[in-house]
Design a protein. Sequence first.
Length: 92
Amino acid sequence: VQCKVVHTLDIHSDRVGCLAWNSSMHALASGSRDSKVKLTDPRSNSVQEYSHHKEEVCGLKWSHEGSCLSSGGNDNQLCVWNAAMSQRPQMQ
């Protein structure tokens, strides 16, 4: 079995430690050592950036219905983001 690269994203300034796919929104969430959460639509390359963490983002999880994204960081913060709304977390 051979694999080939079909798409490359160069959107973080440091290594990416976690990914979470949302099939209903066609969105790939990525968390990085640069402390950012980025939400990308690979079809259009549009990128939303969520900034609240002060250290590496080490975990991402979409809610069951796919409207909220939770992010956890090495700064001991847990943020819940409404993916369709603002750049500020709904909860921290």
